[in-house]
Design a binder for this molecule. Structure first.
Ligand SMILES: [Zn+2]
Ligand SMILES: [Zn+2]
Length: 257
């Protein structure tokens, strides 16, 4: 048994034995499945992945538009072929992300990973299984500041070896079967200013050339990040993947701003 497998097993046992209560409502978690996701079933049901009409470029829900949302009509096309977003960054959705990032409810990573996996059902099965996940790399120094890399934690939960181990596998816990795809950590972010205070144009300029490929990129990539705002970080990553030889790149974000 490798060290990694041991630490995954320990983490799983800990999650089952010492659940901290539901991340959203605080109710005691009743079984392995609830503990695995960090959410009671009632709260899990509050976060479905809906199938409303979506913008074909950024993935945000369309209101009265067709095909492309208004912001996407007004800017240059992204370097990715299409975007998927799960939840708005407001209300209960935002609470969920805050609980994950700052509230010590790291098991929510299992829930997010499962919902992200459900995106794959939008592709024909043979196409879905040809993708690899590519995490958006964190800003240098960010991990030191926050103490942990949420994106990489999520990436680990998407990896096949994680979903196959430990013995009480999440396949038993989660009956929805989505293909488990390899995770390719092929991108690196060079230092740049934090994007928060910048507008769309400045964000784009700030990211220019700041993402590099550090190893071979997958031919078909599902780039993922926690939040999409203007899309300039995902766009810079997609551009780097294309330059590295990727043929298809889709961008998946948990939340949209
Ligand atoms: Zn709950
Ligand atoms: Zn759009």
């Amino acid at each position: 048994m490798g060290m990694r497998r041991i630490s995954q097993t320990l983490a799983f046992i800990q999650e089952c034995l010492f659940p901290g209560g539901c991340a959203l409502c605080g109710q005691t978690l009743l079984d392995g499945e609830e503990a695995w996701y960090g959410l009671c079933r009632r709260c899990q049901a509050l976060f479905p992945v809906d199938r409303e009409p979506r913008c074909s470029s950024c993935g945000r829900p369309l209101i009265s538009e067709q095909g492309l949302c208004l912001p996407c009509r007004e800017r240059e096309p992204f370097h990715f072929d299409g975007g998927f977003v799960l939840y708005p960054y407001t209300g209960k959705y935002r609470e969920l992300l805050k609980a994950y990032k700052f509230g010590n409810f790291r098991t929510l990573g299992n829930f997010f990973a499962r919902r992200m996996g459900e995106i794959l059902s939008r592709f024909p099965p043979e196409e879905a299984s040809s993708f690899q996940w590519v995490p958006v790399p964190p800003r240098p120094g960010k991990i030191r500041k926050t103490g942990w890399d949420q994106a990489d934690y999520l990436a680990k939960r998407l990896e096949p070896q994680y979903t196959r181990t430990p013995a009480r596998s999440p396949q038993r816990v989660s009956p929805v079967s989505t293909p488990c795809l390899p995770v390719c950590r092929c991108l690196k972010r060079l230092s740049s200013k934090t994007q928060k205070a910048l507008n769309r144009e400045d964000r784009k300029r700030n990211m220019k050339g700041r993402i590099i490929c550090v190893k071979a990129v997958p031919r078909r990539a599902l780039l993922f990040d926690d939040v999409i705002t203007t899309g300039s970080t995902l766009d810079a990553c997609a551009e780097a993947l294309r330059e590295g030889g990727a043929e298809k790149v889709y961008a998946v974000s948990l939340f949209y701003d």
